[in-house]
Design a protein around this ligand. Sequence first.
Ligand SMILES: [Zn+2]
Ligand SMILES: [Zn+2]
Length: 340
Amino acid sequence: MKAARVHEPGKIVIEEVPVPLLGDKEVLIKVHRAGICGTDVGVMHGYVPAKFPLTVGHEFSGTIAKLGSPSLGGLREGEPVAASAGWGCGNCELCQSGMGSFCKNRVSLGRNSDGCMAEYVKVDYRVVFPLPPDVSLDEAQNFLNIACAIQGFKKVPLQLGKRVAIFGAGNMGLIMLQILKLTGAYEAVAVDAIDFRLEMAKKFGADHVVNVMRDNPAKTILGWYPDGADVVVEATGNPLSIQNACDVIKANGALISIGIFSRKVKELDLSFLYYKEPVIYGSKGAEGGYQEAIQLLGKRRLQIKPMITHRFPLDETAKGFKTLEDQADKALRVVIEPCA
Ligand SMILES: [Zn+2]
Ligand SMILES: [Zn+2]
């Protein structure tokens, strides 16, 4: 089968590799859609740790090609599915207490195990989820990010009547925005450096937007909400964003950090911890949000398809990465289609 592989940082090559052999708890999935995530870009460049040589990619939808053993979790060959990108051993103390995201022996697609930018990928049956009727493979490719956003969202109380500020209107930020509006956020502000993304944020329910290239986000947001935002979401992973995010938290408010900071924050004024008594949450992975993500997809409560701006065949995976990185062509969700 064909696969998009990285042998050394900075370069993706398309190679012929064997179709993965299955253990009896594993499922072979024919990959139809694979979304490129910022983490994949980091893996490719070598600033997100990964084990090379490696097939990249971890967010995908597809159909079940083969089961490692009969009647595995009620799954059926040929059925359309979404899947998570990682799973714990299932036996250690962390796994047993529902914290498989932190398992020392965790398998992570596109990090320490071959990922989904290939014709086929194998995953543990525990993280394979059949799609409800009428959910398209286009929508399901974003399953994992929906589950991640839900996992982050669950850290804070319901948002009915609350004001929220979301830093980063990329794929993850826009899903989070939709979830917060859905659950009753009274007003939402989206912050980004790219107008096209902010326009999309408005379509998805943002009441205000701030382009950091033109306006100071903290000053602007505090102009609208003098007391600050009840919930602030940091979805950029950019060290320059965090001070602004902290500066707009309301007293007793909350910050949820769902971006990965791959560089250090050089300077941060922490006096707000005393003055505002906020709660700061980190959020890793999606394990707490799988079921709700499938439900939201099934009930058509999120707009996922309009976020897809580009599609490439597997052979052009490198071009897909470049399109997302360069942002030259209004790229938001770039999707690779290994099997159409
Ligand atoms: Zn990802
Ligand atoms: Zn474990």
